[in-house]
Design a protein. Structure first.
Lengths: 567, 77
């Protein structure tokens, strides 16, 4: 029997919101594991489940290899994140997480644009609800997040409406022909909407602005779903656009530059989401079977190690209440498990052999070489250097090692460590058994051998070179108590000033009118030479008598009566 | 300080070993561009690339991007 894993999660959300604490934990685990089983058990080419709504053919479930792969990883990370967050007592946050995950799975399994859009919107709203369970800065950051996502959704929707109005087929299977025919306005609009969710600069700062403000547990889910559903839709609908190749390469380096300057550990990791999604977008842009498989594989691996890294940063935040490099240091001895598990995530994202980033990132880089893009290959490799520099060296050095600030962390709930351990196990497992993942990639036959002597040696050299340079310049890399200007500056400064100026201008005009109005009308009355009675003019002196009004009303009734009798 | 020397020693040995491995097991079939043929290319690229990333990003930050922490918090602006 085919069960839609997204419906399992969405259906469980209201239950979870209403249950008392202990029962809620049971329900959370049951729902997330149930969804995982449903996703793992989806038959090959499951569906389609068809509903006719208002003349549109909706395919609620149509699972090919690509959709099943994303549904699987979304449900896997839901289980991991739920375990990590099991101690959290905010029932509504848990419910929002299930809706969010269900929306992401819904997009991955949707067979048509309309279904995908509805789940996409559910995901967007639920992610905002997750975000708003964060600290006090989550409020305004969430509003900015909402505005940008509303813009993205509007573009997506406008594109969809134009596509349908132009007689386009709403099924995603038929879209490939539309996209191959070349650029069109609907395609450009939908792509822009999806690109906002993929956090392609300059449309990315909603991510780096908002994600670090969510709760320690909420950020884990945020990092997994929104950008990766966008990558999924890019792979499905927009493969082979040279524009995306270079946008992806730029993204990969963009995140790296900002990560050098960043002091907040969770924002640093958020900039590396932008950077890592850059590899996937570049793979989509290359559009070869190998590069698209690479993007899908890298999304799969990225979700696991990024969740692990953010769980590590979340554990530090939970235990110490601190999140800045300038306030952290020397935690390795007091938090050995978190340090070790974080390092597994760091090795994975950095592409260290035996960990999962190595087996997926290198597919995209090799695809760039095979496809004849030398510049892209070199720049993506350079971004990889930056990744190891920040997440593998700088962040752990100044958080777990480095100067001891005598911080005494409070003990962590055991489930947080278990959640991290699950993710670490999968990062390592996929690293040593990449064949399991490769066999599930969408474009088969897929043949790639990451563990050649040549490749392992080259990867080690890259890491060693990076490590050497880090050690020489490490004193320059300690955090600085600053924030970095990014494109969100536009709407956080000039646009804000402009809005405020408009509002203040309108208010001032109103005040002025109130002050000037009465004397002005009296002055007008004066120059109209109305007779003065006493000091002030008698405003009723020339007003028409009531009788005139009565006359006109009477005339109207007579006319109506005439009209009525004649017709 | 002794452990730092040990680390440098290990790193140096690993660099030499990887260079030797690249020469011994050179995979000509997968070499697409000239830099795939250079035994120590990735070592140099990693080192120089890392220096470049740090220096360029820091320069960008100092000259343009970095602001005090309360930059977006000041009310009345």
């Amino acid at each position: 029997m085919t069960v839609h894993p997204g419906f399992v999660l969405i259906g469980a959300a209201p239950v979870v919101a209403l249950l008392p604490a202990r029962a809620r934990q049971v329900a959370l685990l049951t729902a997330s594991l149930g969804a995982l089983l449903a996703a793992a058990g989806l038959p090959v080419d499951a569906g389609p489940w068809v509903q006719q709504v208002a003349g549109f053919r909706l395919e609620l479930l149509r699972a090919d290899a690509l959709g099943r792969l994303f549904a699987l990883i979304f449900t896997v990370v839901t289980v991991i994140g739920v375990v990590f967050a099991l101690h959290v007592r905010r029932a509504t946050e848990h419910a929002a997480v299930l809706l969010y995950a269900g929306g992401a799975v819904g997009v991955a399994l949707a067979g048509d644009w309309i279904t995908a859009f509805v789940f996409w919107e559910l995901m967007g709203l639920a992610s905002l609800a997750v975000l708003w369970h964060g600290g006090e800065r989550a409020g305004p950051a969430g509003l900015r997040f909402l505005f940008i996502h509303a813009l993205g959704a509007s573009l997506f929707f406008a594109g969809l409406v134009l596509h349908v109005a132009g007689g386009g087929d709403t099924s995603l299977a038929a879209w490939a022909a539309t996209w191959r025919a070349g650029w069109s306005l609907p395609a450009a609009l939908i792509l822009a909407g999806v690109a906002i969710n993929a956090a392609i600069p300059p449309l990315h700062p909603w991510l780096t602005d908002a994600y670090p403000e969510a709760s320690a547990t909420g950020t884990v889910f945020l990092s997994a779903f929104t950008t990766k559903t966008a990558v999924y839709l890019l792979i499905r609908a927009f493969a082979g656009s040279e524009l995306l190749l270079w946008a992806g390469v730029a993204m990969a380096l963009y995140g790296v530059v900002y990560a050098v300057l960043e002091n907040d550990i969770r924002r640093l990791l958020a900039y590396h989401i932008v950077s890592q999604v850059g590899y996937m977008v570049a793979g989509v842009g290359m559009g070869t079977a190998m590069s698209l498989d690479g993007s899908a594989a890298h999304a799969f691996c990225h979700i696991l190690y990024k969740a692990l890294l953010l769980m590590g940063a979340g554990a530090v935040l939970e235990a110490t209440g601190r999140r800045k490099l300038t306030e952290l240091g020397g935690l390795a001895a007091r938090m050995p498990a978190v340090t070790a598990l974080y390092m597994i995530g760091a090795f994975s994202i950095s592409g260290v052999p035996l960990f999962n980033g190595f087996v997926s990132k290198s597919v995209i880089i090799s695809a760039a070489a095979d496809g004849g893009w030398p510049v892209a290959e070199l720049l993506l490799t350079l971004a990889s250097v930056g990744t190891f520099l920040h997440t593998g060296l700088k962040l752990p050095f100044f958080t777990f090692f480095g100067p001891d600030r005598g911080i005494v962390p409070s003990p962590l709930p055991r489930n947080m460590i278990v959640g991290m351990a699950l993710a670490a196990l999968l990062c390592f497992g996929l690293g040593i058994m990449p064949g399991w993942l490769y066999a599930r990639l969408p474009f088969q036959p897929f043949e790639y051998h990451p563990y050649t002597v040549d490749h392992v040696a080259a990867s080690l050299q890259l890491l060693l070179g990076t490590g050497g340079a880090f050690w020489l310049l490490r004193s320059k890399l300690s955090g600085e108590p600053t924030v970095s200007l990014d494109t969100d500056w536009v709407y956080r400064r000039p646009l804000r000033v402009a809005l405020r100026t408009v509002v203040r201008g309108a208010a001032a005009a109103g005040e002025a009118a109130r002050a000037v109005g009465p004397p002005f009308s009296i002055w007008l009355a004066r120059i109209a030479r109305m007779p003065a009675s006493g000091g002030a003019p008698d405003l009723d002196a020339y007003r028409a008598p009531v009788g005139v009004t009565v006359l006109w009303v009477l005339a109207l009734f007579i006319l109506l009566a005439l009209y009525g009798s004649l017709s | 300080m002794k452990s730092v020397k040990v680390w440098w020693g290990l790193a140096g040995a690993a660099a030499l070993a990887s260079g030797a491995a690249k020469i011994a097991y050179h995979d000509a079939a997968h070499a697409r561009f000239w830099w795939h043929e250079v035994p120590a290319f990735d070592l140099v690229y990693g080192f120089a690339g890392c220096l470049a990333i740090i220096v360029l990003s820091k320069a960008l930050g100092k000259l343009w991007l970095q602001r005090p922490e309360g930059y977006y918090d000041e009310d009345g602006r």
